[in-house]
Design a protein around this ligand. Structure first.
Ligand code: PLP
Length: 377
């Protein structure tokens, strides 16, 4: 097929359900065009009832802003150290630096590609021996696959270190029937344009502790004290979600579960069509795990094959992308300590994210698979 003639297939593009307009129009009709209003309240309630387990949600301007406030609420400040999963998007680590703290990176394990319990405990012991107990742990459910919740949280509680659960990619995933976003002392969600549901840009901070929600909203609205004039005793931020974008979010909540099902069926399609090739491997769900399969990823047998597939897909106007480059390999974090076992380096060399949108059509999936099969043959 000629790439010029063929439709572009994206990695993960926005997918509206249909009712978003109604909520947005209502905001215009009632002049709630502000960083507060009924859609913001309604979206927060929708998130809370979806997650169950008595969660409190604060809708904010982005997942990154939610991480920033979340780490601040966990007490992270100037000079502290925070343990952070190395294989992730930079937004998991950047807010540590915003607070004047230093990230210390932890490698992945093979079963979920997420933060390795063994390396985590080695790091905690080593940092304590060096005289500085880590202030928090940032654990990520990468590509929607839950991290080893029991192992990570039992280590964290044994050493009494709070966990910031980065659930930006895992809205709709669950672990032994319990939704991701409910495990950390504080968790965050993202509604960026490429995520499983989107508000065009946005995020949420969620916690079982209502005080965390209240304080997050206080900080997100310029830390305004209770007074008729503008009175401030703390530094604040402008991080609240707008009532317009929250309207998109309310519509998207109605299709979250169907988006999860579609993304999971994308993964099954790739697996069914490619699993007979010994050069391609898929990350299976460990028992009790339910991944939203935000992105369908493959592990190829070599860097050369991965690049071969990626470049031929690009020629065919199909977007794919290597897995996240670990933070310990990033120039900006070159001075940070890291506890490594080689796993994330290897995944970065051989792994590829395939188009995964909930709006992919069957023709698109067949087109992608036939291009990959041609490379393998
Ligand atoms: C998308 C993402 C974020 C940041 O969310 P934004 O809403 O884009 O700021 C944080 N962590 C991970 C793992 C992400 O994928």
């Amino acid at each position: 097929m000629n790439a010029i003639d063929s439709k572009r297939i994206w990695l993960s593009s926005p997918h509206m359900g249909g009712t978003e307009h109604t909520f947005v129009k209502e905001a215009f009709d009632t002049n709630w065009v502000a960083p507060l209003g009924p859609n913001v309240d309604g979206f927060e309630k929708d998130i809370e009832s979806y997650l169950e387990n008595g969660m409190y949600a604060a809708a904010l301007s982005s997942g990154t802003a939610s991480l920033h406030l979340g780490l601040k609420l966990l007490g992270v400040s100037n000079g502290d150290e925070v343990l952070c999963q190395s294989m992730t998007f930079a937004a998991s680590a950047n807010p540590i630096v915003y607070l004047g703290a230093t990230p210390v990176f932890i490698d992945s394990e093979k079963d979920t590609w997420n933060i390795c319990p063994e390396q985590l405990e080695i790091a905690i012991k080593d940092r304590i021996a060096k005289g500085k107990k880590p202030k928090a742990i940032v654990a990520v459910h990468l590509y929607g696959m839950p991290y080893k919740v029991e192992a990570i949280h039992s280590i964290a509680s044994a050493y009494n270190i709070p966990v910031l659960e980065d659930s930006a990619e895992a809205f709709g995933s669950s672990y032994h029937g319990i939704k991701c976003g409910t495990f950390g002392d504080i968790a965050i969600l993202s509604f960026n344009g490429n995520k499983i549901i989107t508000t065009s840009g946005g995020g949420a901070l969620v916690s079982k502790n209502q005080k965390h929600r209240q304080k997050a909203i206080f900080l997100a609205t310029q830390a305004r004290d209770n007074a008729p004039h503008y009175e401030h005793s703390e530094i604040g931020y402008n991080y609240r979600m707008s009532n317009i974008t929250a309207g998109i979010g309310r519509g998207q909540m109605q299709v979250l579960d169907s988006h999860v099902n579609k993304r999971r069926s994308n993964f099954e399609f790739y697996k069914k069509n490619l699993e007979d090739f010994s050069e391609i491997n898929f990350l299976e769900e460990p028992s009790g795990y339910h991944a939203n399969r935000w992105l369908s990823c493959i592990e190829t047998s070599s860097y050369e094959l991965r690049e071969g597939i990626r470049l031929v897909l690009a020629e065919e106007n199909i977007e794919s992308r290597p897995l996240w480059k670990p933070m310990h390999q990033q120039a900006v974090f070159a001075d940070c300590d890291a506890y490594l076992n080689g796993i994330s380096d290897d995944l970065f060399n051989r792994g590829l994210c395939l188009p995964s949108g909930s709006n992919l059509e069957e023709d698109d999936l067949y087109r992608i698979v036939s291009v990959i099969k041609n490379v393998l043959r």
